[in-house]
Ligand binder design. Sequence first.
Ligand code: SF4
Length: 390
Amino acid sequence: MNAVNLLEFDLDGLAAYCEQLGEKRFRATQLFRWIHHRGASDFAQMSDLAKSLREKLAGAAEVRGLAVASEQASADGTVKWLFDVGGGNAVETVFIPEDDRGTLCVSSQAGCAVGCRFCSTGHQGFSRNLATGEIVAQLWHAEHHLRRRLKLPEGERAITNVVMMGMGEPLQNYAALVPALRVMLDDHGYGLSRRRVTVSTSGVVPMIDRLRADCPVALAVSLHAPNDALRDDLVPLNRKYPIDELIGACNRYLDAAPRDFVTFEYCMLDGVNDTPQHARELAALVRERISCKFNLIPFNPFPESGLKRSPRERVTAFARILQDAGIVTTVRKTRGDDIDAACGQLAGEVQDRTRVSQRLATRAPIRIHRPAAQDGRGVYPPATRQESKT
Ligand code: SF4
């Protein structure tokens, strides 16, 4: 019989498991704290656990992390792990340190079924959902590895924020996601506030409503286009849940959300979605309809996409139009340039198993909207604001 992986459980789940072993809830809390507060995996180390419980756990259970396929550390402190999740699949996890926080970008699936045009993971196709234990293991490994490496004093955390923004659409792996979020939020686990845990979705409307009811954390939505015609092309899920429905779900979510705005992610694609006209359309779309802020993301090119990064001045001009419309807008600062690869690209090199790249290549090409300054219909506003971090 396979040993039960205790990383699969939130505290209630672990209490139920311990109950099966004839143990009280406070024993589960002790065990949970050893695993998540202290990073322990050896039951023999867990000195305040009853010897009888340690004996029951030995052989029946284990704390099983993920195998590290590679780890790359950037000069700026960014660390990127590639975890082997078996069967030729790998997922990426990235730690991004900043002055006032340490953010971990966590994956929820091996591959992704949504197939966004600009996303390396989407081009690989979907392999499988990660289990709760595999989602939690990314945080467990990163937190305790970084504490040792950075020689942090006892009780000091390396990771203060988690964004479910790595590989996969987290809301298409809902059953595994929610217990993992609860481990992150639990004071006996990682003790992160709801404001500091963000689920990023491409817009799975019914699951946004479920998350609101089950575990409302901060919400980010991958918008990437100001109208349905273009978004249908870039984010195919839009054909099922168009922009109006998505904005409706976001507004409902805000009733329960820990923040009073939704973050819209917008990947800037040269000549595709980055013109002043797109920016004005975007401002008109959200103004007076939803409390939001925009995060403009410089595209990270990869060969199969056929897309290019917008020039910096166009990104600045785009941000300026949104800001002048009264919408808080930031431009994501690129980090870890010396270890950089488009999200999912490293994992994709492990295997491109569903040949989705070939499938995508047979689709109609994206319409390229020439930037206004090049087609003579207008000029860019002058670049003004400094890029800021998200
Ligand atoms: S952007 Fe997100 S939802 Fe879209 S294909 Fe990539 S991982 Fe999937």
